[in-house]
Ligand binder design. Structure first.
Ligand SMILES: Nc1ncnc2c1ncn2[C@@H]1O[C@H](COP(=O)(O)OP(=O)(O)O)[C@@H](O)[C@H]1O
Ligand SMILES: [Mg+2]
Length: 425
């Protein structure tokens, strides 16, 4: 399933040849990536939540040094891997003004709040509470790719900057960013002042041996907030982040107030301002959010699909051919939901993999005794494996009466199977 062709496509695909890398321009790089993705300028603009004019200005070479944030939005919409993003940034020469070379990339300012965050009041409050006092110096926000860790971290960073007077430094996971001299850069920025460093999208392999410990030692009033799709080896406060709440019923007031539906309609409003949730379509809209577990990245994608399909029809497609809608590696669509989840499942521990394979055999909801009956590994390792999957967002809990039950999100089940092959239809 591909985004349908629209009129705006006509005349939008100039012949592009891949020249040598030397001397390649930002304009041609962006255009090449976009054409390979089979997207129009309008679609790229929509996916990146920037104006069509901004895309045109970049592709025509009128703008040669965009803001780094703009490049990131474009790279995300084009699903560029980190080396390709790094190439884009290099060609655009954005490394000079941001971050300041003097302090090194680990000590950059946090990204601006480009959009108001939806929901997350409780999570923002809790993280603010944990990090403001300085008692907790390392907090790890973990969860499935696309669950909203970065969005939450941006919100928390600004909240702490404004209300707790912390100097906030930000570092996104790009190869080479968590440099060995990061501790120097942070110490130089903070001195003895209180501060927060956000390491966004962190992989332990990129951190170097004891970088976190060294930073915490060198800067006595520093706290660090890490976002990652897996738990972290350091002693830290674990903060697993769930997707956005979905409507519990099909009642109109509950549906329109639900955070997942609000995110969906906001995204859809960018491409179809005339669409409204009504008494007639609210049951389908609610179900659309439920079939993707309220995962923000997937909800946003559905918001884009609704520009082309009626809610009931899209619901059928998502039920019958979910991979076509949600694996962009297979379809070439801009936003990949299942691919990154699939990748993160491949990084599970051996116990985690065993547990996940057993869980896929159980029904939609199960209890710990249900799993104990199936577990073939050493019993003392089951608790650790369950905790590991919970922190990664691979399983989630819900209380049913006085019994604690667990469930596998549907997207995890889909991603664990791998893509079903070439796109249909
Ligand atoms: N609470 C929220 N309100 C508005 N948009 C959100 C929210 N959470 C996530 N998003 C959007 O969903 C997408 C995926 O979120 P992101 O923070 O990148 O996920 P993660 O960092 O966990 O992979 C982004 O486009 C982000 O802006
Ligand atoms: Mg992120």
């Amino acid at each position: 399933m591909k985004l349908p062709e629209t009129d705006s496509r006509s005349g939008d695909f100039p012949e592009v040849r891949d020249g040598g890398r030397a001397g390649v321009s930002l304009a041609s790089l962006i255009r090449n990536h976009r054409v390979r993705r089979n997207m129009t300028q309008k679609q790229l603009a929509d996916f990146a939540t920037i104006s069509v004019r901004a895309v045109r200005d970049l592709e025509s070479g009128r703008v040669r040094r965009p803001r780094r944030e703009t490049l990131r939005l474009i790279a995300e919409a084009l699903q560029l891997t980190e080396p390709l993003l790094a190439e884009l940034e290099k060609v655009a020469d954005v490394a000079v003004p941001w971050p300041p070379a003097r302090t090194g990339p680990v000590a950059a300012d946090p990204p601006p709040r480009t959009q108001r965050i939806i929901g997350r009041g409780a999570e923002t409050g809790m993280l603010r509470y944990l990090l403001a006092s300085g008692e907790n110096r390392l907090v790890v926000v973990s969860g499935l790719p696309g669950t909203g860790k970065t969005a939450l971290a941006v919100e928390v960073a600004h909240t702490l900057q404004e209300s707790a007077g912390l100097t906030v430094l930000w570092s996104s996971s790009v190869p080479g960013v968590f440099e060995a001299d990061g501790a120097d850069a942070v110490a130089a920025r903070l001195g003895k002042d209180p501060g927060l460093l956000v390491l966004d999208g962190c992989r332990p392999a990129e951190l170097g041996e004891d970088l976190i410990s060294t930073m915490l030692r060198r800067s006595p009033r520093l706290r660090i907030m890490v976002t990652a799709s897996h738990p972290f080896p350091h002693p830290a406060v674990a903060f697993p982040l769930a997707p956005l709440p979905v409507p519990g019923s099909d009642g109109f007031p509950e549906v329109v107030a639900s955070p997942a539906v609000r995110l969906l309609t906001r995204r859809l409003g960018l491409v179809r301002p005339d669409f409204t949730v009504s008494e007639d379509n609210c049951a389908d809209v609610a179900e659309l959010c439920r079939v993707v577990d309220g995962l923000p990245r997937a909800v946003e994608l559905i918001g884009q699909w609704l520009a082309f399909y009626r809610p009931g029809r899209l619901l059928r497609l998502l039920r019958e051919t979910p991979d076509d809608c949600l694996w962009s590696r297979a379809t070439g669509n801009g936003v990949d939901v299942l691919g990154p989840i699939h990748d993160s499942l491949r990084l599970l521990t051996e116990d985690g993999r065993l547990l996940l394979s057993l869980l896929t055999r159980l029904g939609p909801q199960w209890t710990v005794p249900d799993v104990e009956a199936l577990w073939t590994g050493p019993m003392h390792r089951l608790g650790g494996a369950l905790r590991d999957l919970l922190l990664r967002g691979v399983i989630r809990t819900s209380a049913s009466g006085d019994q604690l039950t667990f469930a596998l999100p549907r997207l995890v089940t889909l991603a664990s199977r791998g893509p079903s092959g070439t796109p249909r239809g």
